[in-house]
Every structure is written in C-alpha cells, then in structure tokens.
Design a protein around this ligand. Structure first.
Ligand SMILES: C[S@@+](CC[C@H](N)C(=O)[O-])C[C@H]1O[C@@H](n2cnc3c(N)ncnc32)[C@H](O)[C@@H]1O
Length: 221
C-alpha cells in the first residue's frame, strides 16, 4: 500500500499542482515589479509578513513536486510519527506528510496557518484524501500556535511560512526534536540568521543545502 500513488491522491495532487503552476506567472510578474532590496526586506521580515501573505491568499505557494516527494520519502525512511508544519496554505505539502504517516502506520501532523480561507481549503483537500484523522490544524500565527501543546518528541519539521520567522519557530520546537530529527526549510535563503544557526555544528545541527531552495538539517543527538 502506498497512499501517495493510490487513488484519490494522484489526481488530487495533479489538480493542486496545476493550480499552483497557473498562479505562479502572475505572482512572479508582481514580485518582479518590486525593487530587489524592498523584495528582500519583505521576504525576510520578522514583523510585516502578515500583509504580504494576505495579499497572496488566493495562491497555493506550494513546495515543488520534488520537495513534496522528498518530504514523503524522508518521513517514510525515518518512520516519522510526529510531524510539525509551519505554513499549511492549501495543504499540498501536508498531503505528502500525512500520506507518509498513513503508510508508516499512523501518527500526528500539526500544521499551522493564519489565513482562515486557506485552512478551509486545506481541510477540504485533506478530507478528500481521507487523511483528516492524522492532521491537526492550528489556525493563527504560528509564533503562538506552535509555542504550546507540542508532542513530547518531534521527528520531522517542515518550515514553509514567513521566512524571517524560521529562527523563532525552530527555537520553539528545538527542545522537542529527537536526536536525528530532520528539519526541512523551504526557501531558507531568505533567512541568513536561520542558515547561520543550522549550519553551525556547535548549535546542534548538521545541515546541507539540498535540491533547489531547500535546507535540510538534522538535530544532532
Ligand atoms: C509557502 S506557503 C506554504 C505552502 C505549503 N507548505 C505547501 O507546500 O502546500 C506559506 C504559508 O504560510 C502562511 N504563513 C506565513 N507566516 C505565517 C505565520 N506566522 N503563521 C501562520 N501561517 C503563516 C501563509 O499564509 C502561507 O499560506
């Protein structure tokens, strides 16, 4: 049994990735109009992220297909049972992570998103895939929602919300990361502070840039 390649998931993912692709052109054009320095400040901000993401609330902003497949493979390989996701959007990465939990025999995926309309769409997508029993949605700013009621031990983390907050979200989760836990951060290049932390072995991580735009880090035991 492989949930990722068994109906209904392939058709659902094809549809969602196609929607993502379709929304990219307009987004790239809008982004290109913003001067580079201003764009960098916007993408890295620790305070002004809400307006930015609200302006993109109709876009899936999903991880790439390769990154999504990588998430499924990593979760399967390490037999992950507890997963935290920062940035749900329409739930494309969530679907891959929840599918891995299903195929691992069960588990708990906590995912966080502050756009109510996105939570509603993600919920519907997860329900359509028959994975609702594995996913807990936390609506609100992840700085708050991921600062409490966490599992004793965390196996895998996906960081994919506001890039400037990666250090703070990692700090909230860090004490729960089991030795060997993996943290995958998408577009981590926007957070120099985050990369400096996970790339320093004295901070307790081994880390490599992986594929396009991904930083893959392991918590050292
Ligand atoms: C890049 S998208 C996530 C895509 C998703 N992981 C996927 O692959 O399908 C980032 C999402 O994080 C949400 N977000 C950004 N900062 C957040 C925060 N501080 N708390 C909660 N959600 C946040 C945005 O609204 C947006 O939907």
């Amino acid at each position: 049994m492989n949930t990722l390649i068994t109906a209904p998931l392939p058709a659902l993912l094809d549809r969602l990735f196609a929607d993502d692709e379709a929304s990219r052109e307009g987004l790239h054009a809008r982004m290109a109009e913003i001067p580079a320095g201003q764009r960098a400040a916007m993408m890295s901000s620790k305070t002004d992220y809400r307006a930015l993401y609200t302006s993109m609330k109709h876009a899936p902003l999903a991880v790439s297909r390769a990154t999504a497949t990588l998430l499924y493979m990593l979760a399967r390989t390490m037999d992950a049972r507890t997963i935290i996701e920062f940035g749900t959007s329409f739930g494309i990465s969530t679907l891959h992570l929840a599918a891995a939990l299903r195929d691992n025999g069960g588990g708990r995926l906590i995912t966080s998103e502050f756009e109510p309309s996105k939570i509603a769409r993600a919920r519907a997508n997860i329900a359509e895939a028959g994975l609702s029993d594995l996913v807990e949605f936390r609506e609100g700013d992840a700085l708050e929602t991921l600062a409490r009621d966490l599992p004793e031990q965390i196996d895998l983390v996906l960081l994919d919300g506001a890039k400037g907050l990666y250090p703070e979200i990692l700090a909230s989760l860090q004490d729960r990361l089991r030795p060997g836990a993996l943290v995958l951060a998408d577009n981590a290049d926007w957070s120099v502070e985050y990369l400096a932390k996970v790339r320093s072995p004295v901070e307790g991580y081994l880390s490599i840039p992986f594929a396009q735009d991904v930083e893959l880090s392991m918590r050292i035991g």
